[in-house]
Ligand binder design. Structure first.
Ligand code: BG6
Ligand code: MG
Length: 221
């Protein structure tokens, strides 16, 4: 890896920039209860990073339920309405600690930044957090057709930033996202629980202690 000139950082949104995972969980659990079963936090781990419809399929699998295509669309829309209700109250204070400082440092160093998220609500979340203008490009669930672990989201972000995959670093909190980065031949920094993210090239527990110098040193070894 030595000698690589990193030019861009691509950030997943949910769970990396802001902890929206708990709102997703509350909304999915509410749907599960309506359908007559419970849904644990542990089971929710499987939903992280994957698309809305795939999440619903996993939820139904957990509950041992089958729905028709139309019923599934109605259920996904109900869940999303509850979720949107939660996130439309998000405040900039909920940006995870150290994120803004790290983004400022990347800007000073001339490193390009992008959001690479499966969410179709990414625009709303970024607007609520006043972060819309802090990234050169935003690739979200409206721009791509293939969900993580397919690398389409991250490859699109690198292309829009005008950098090679080998010059890009992905930040991810979900197993499906780490796989997506690796499927795109990109290095991946896992953010969160080392037990859940063991495939990541490096794991950090947050951005508070992170500096660009440290990232370069780790990834150049
Ligand atoms: C990802 C989340 O960022 O977006 C997943 O980790 C979620 O849990 C996916 O299912 C799609 O989000 P949305 O907002 O389009 O339902
Ligand atoms: Mg995530």
């Amino acid at each position: 890896m030595s000698g690589v000139n990193f030019k861009a950082c691509i950030f997943d949104l949910d769970g990396v920039i802001v902890d929206t995972a708990r709102y997703h969980y509350l909304a999915w659990r509410r749907l599960a209860h309506e359908l007559g079963f419970d849904f644990s936090l542990e089971q929710n781990e499987r939903l992280k990073g994957v698309s809305r419809m795939r999440s619903l399929e996993i939820l139904l699998e957990v509950g041992g339920k089958t729905l028709s295509q139309t019923e599934m669309e109605v259920a996904a829309a109900r869940k999303n309405a509850w979720y949107v209700d939660y996130i439309s109250r998000l405040q900039p204070e909920e940006i995870l600690p150290g994120v803004e400082k790290f983004l400022n440092e990347l800007k000073e160093q001339g490193i390009k930044t992008a959001i690479g998220s499966a969410s179709k609500n990414a625009g709303l979340i970024l607007r609520r957090l006043n972060l819309m203008d802090r990234f050169e490009t935003i690739v979200d669930g409206h721009k791509v057709t293939k969900a993580k672990p397919d690398p389409e989201i991250f490859l699109t972000a690198a292309r829009e930033l005008g950098v090679k995959v080998s010059e890009s670093i992905v930040f991810e909190d979900a197993q499906a996202g780490v796989e997506a980065a690796h499927n795109g031949k990109m290095l991946c920094i896992g953010v969160g629980d080392p037990d859940m993210l063991e495939q990541a090239d490096i794991i950090i527990n947050g951005f508070e202690q992170l500096t660009w110098e440290r990232v370069k040193t780790w990834l150049s070894r």
